[in-house]
Design a protein around this ligand. Structure first.
Ligand code: GCW
Length: 668
């Protein structure tokens, strides 16, 4: 039967390598659990049995302690394990047995998935000794899902959550969603859109969310909800939602109690306030900390957390949107309660194909900052473009803020190792939907996978994660694995090249954010246009963010400023983020800016041809249904790449008045 992609990377098909299969099969004859079979342990044993039966082609029995076991996987809760934290695991050999040991049931669940992954990717178990603990505590998906079943910026169909059927009917897919997340260590999910309908807090929707939480709990996943800040007015009939009003505070306290009565392990609230028209504390002359602290107070008795987003900016044609979040949030450092944490997008603007890291990272030492990445490809080609996002995530996590001297990487800010936070978190805006293959573009499954793996351990390389995912999902054939790994790891740079090379950003179509629209100069908001960002004129192109311009660069530490402030030495990928550069300026590549721009657009579009050839070359190793699906999408990507290239080059040429360099002048 052809593979429709539904099983994601949890594919437990019989291992083709017979020798390997026999070795595993002779090592493993049963699974033993100790003590009480909690729901989480039940998930672990069920998964191991399912996985091993498929991979090894033999039924593996489940046993309880005290039976003498030779050749068993023993799930062992061991408080003496030296693990960094409660969710970590230790997998090791003890005589003929394989021990999966952890301090908690959740650790055992993660260890079980790790063991399965090792078998799926063909690792030897002879000397297994692996310890691993997550570096960040809350590893979350953010769903931008609405009560009517649509998903904001979702490109893989309707919402997974069938609100109309809930709570009575539980789609079996909820459990598969939880399995997939648990397998990569995701332990929190925000089920609804940050542009939040107050309806989620009603007695109509709470039981639905409760039903989802019940399915996710045995997989170690806690549910959070996005809340509408004006809910006291909208639902509670109050005349205000002022966070300092005692009646408003009481309303949230009561509502929070009601939620915890239904969902005892409820994680907390995610809030988008005074951002893009959403209500918030500033409507009443209060600030973000006032708003967050009110909710923190309501959540505190239950150890809940409020996650307050820093995605804010104001309409100002002469200002620089880049600076907005820093300007509003930096002064509030130290004012947030200990269970109020602030969620910051990876870059200062908005999930562009390439952004410098947000200057807030490192600038708020007293406030735990949550990293917000976007897995759904709002600005990275929807579901027609193959863009592997691990390199984008890594580029940001590995960037040095110099907040505490060299080596103060964004990842070390987020994981709290520099400022010793009590709570740490990382979020990815989900790319899942009701399409059979979950993510629209089959290859975008790798982005969900990579986000989870990096949330657990950001030191993993993009290549290693790709290699794992390919072996689990597509093929274990050595040469194709290499080819596809390269295809994935180069795909993001290709996309940057044919859409927004050299530090260009925000050139996409209005509203939908689809396709090129660099000539867009009128919108409801000046900072939603393209001309605001690229600033092309007769002299050159790019946004001057140095002292002679908006001086946004001053928001970074001096070492970072030094890296980017001089147009002569600023790395080309960031050049037009910070400088307005003359068309005929000679760059470090040896080409003048105009030629370099053309070179990037043309070579970027050409790279999609190469991607197609690479994909064709692995055909015999790939399931036919998946092969066809990806081939079709690559063709669409090529059409879009040429569209982007021609739209941008021809538009910018109106300013540069320079010829397209000869090598690119050949007819299509
Ligand atoms: O990128 C923008 C999106 C909006 C989104 C907003 C946000 C949920 O275009 O659709 O709203 O970011 O992150 O709040």
């Amino acid at each position: 039967k052809a593979d429709d992609g539904y099983r994601l990377w949890l594919k437990y098909d019989l291992l083709k390598d017979e020798q390997l299969r026999k070795t595993y099969a002779s090592t493993i004859s049963s699974i033993v659990y100790e003590g009480e079979k909690s729901p989480v342990i039940q998930s672990a044993t069920e998964e191991l049995q399912l996985g091993l039966k498929g991979l090894l082609g033999k039924e593996i029995s489940l046993k309880h302690t005290n039976t003498t076991n030779l050749g068993s996987i023993i799930l062992k809760k061991d408080n003496t394990e030296k693990l960094t934290n409660d969710e970590g695991y230790h997998i090791y050999r003890q005589g003929k047995n394989i021990i999966v040991s952890a301090k908690t049931d959740n650790g055992i669940l993660y260890g079980s998935f790790a063991l399965l992954r090792n078998i799926q990717t063909g690792q030897s178990l002879a000397k297994t000794d692996i310890t691993s603990s997550p570096k960040i505590q809350y590893r979350m998906l953010n769903h931008w899902d609405n009560p009517n079943g649509t998903i904001e910026r979702g490109y893989a169909g309707a919402s997974l959550w069938k609100w109309f059927e809930l709570p009575e009917r539980l789609d079996p897919r909820y459990k598969d969603y939880a399995r997939a997340n648990a397998s990569i260590g995701i332990n929190c999910t925000v089920v609804n859109n940050v542009n939040a309908s107050a309806r989620f807090l009603t007695t109509e929707y709470l039981p639905k969310v409760q039903a989802l939480a019940n399915v996710f709990r045995p997989y170690g996943i806690r549910v959070f909800m996005s809340v509408n800040f004006a809910a006291p007015k909208i639902l509670g009939g109050l005349s205000t939602s002022d966070p300092l009003d005692p009646k408003v505070r009481q309303w949230w306290i009561d509502k929070t109690k009601e939620i915890y009565a239904a969902i005892p392990d409820f994680g907390g609230f995610l809030v988008k306030a005074n951002s893009e028209g959403e209500p918030g504390p500033q409507d009443y002359g209060r600030n973000h900390a006032d708003g967050a602290n009110m909710l923190a107070e309501a959540l505190a008795p239950f150890q809940g957390t409020v996650i307050w987003r820093a995605f804010v900016y104001k309409a100002d044609a002469n200002g620089d949107r880049f600076k907005a979040a820093y300007e509003e949030f930096k002064p509030l450092d130290g004012q947030f309660k200990s269970n109020a944490i602030v969620q910051v997008k990876n870059g200062p603007i908005d999930f562009q194909p390439r952004e410098p890291f947000s200057p807030l990272f490192g600038a708020m030492p007293k406030t735990p900052l949550v990293m917000e990445f976007q897995i759904t490809q709002e600005y990275l080609g929807f579901s027609t473009n193959l863009v592997y996002l691990a390199p984008l995530f890594k580029e940001c996590l590995d960037a040095d803020t110099y907040a505490n001297g060299a080596g103060s990487t964004v990842s070390k800010i987020v994981d709290g190792s520099i400022n010793h936070y009590q709570k740490t978190a990382i979020a990815g805006v989900a790319n899942t939907g009701s399409d059979r293959n979950w993510t629209g573009h089959f290859m975008s499954q790798a982005n969900w996978y990579a986000f989870g793996r990096l949330a657990w351990d950001y030191t993993l390389s993009s290549e290693l994660i790709a290699d794992e995912w390919i072996k689990m999902t597509l093929t274990k054939d050595a040469v194709p694995v290499k080819i596809i790994t390269n295809l994935l790891t180069g795909s993001r740079e290709n996309y940057v090249n044919f859409t927004t090379p050299l530090g260009l950003h925000h050139l996409m179509g209005q509203g939908l954010h689809f396709g090129p629209h660099p000539w867009l100069e009128k919108s409801a908001r000046p900072d939603w246009t393209a001309t605001y960002y690229h600033r092309a004129d007769a002299n050159g192109i790019g946004f001057d963010r140095t002292k002679s311009g908006s001086n946004a660069l001053a928001q970074y530490s001096p070492e970072v400023q030094k890296q980017w402030e001089n147009p002569e030495t600023c790395p080309l990928p960031y050049l037009l983020w910070f400088h307005h550069v003359a068309w005929n300026k000679k760059l470090s590549s040896g080409r003048i800016l105009w030629d370099e721009l053309c070179y990037r657009y043309y070579s970027g579009a050409e790279s999609v041809q190469k991607m197609q050839n690479d994909w064709k070359s692995v055909k015999t190793s790939i399931d036919p249904e998946i092969f066809e699906d990806v081939s079709g999408r690559l063709l669409a990507q090529q059409r879009e790449a040429i569209w982007w290239r021609d739209a941008c080059v021809l538009y910018f040429q109106e300013f540069s008045k320079l010829p397209i360099p000869a090598p690119y002048q050949k007819p299509e």
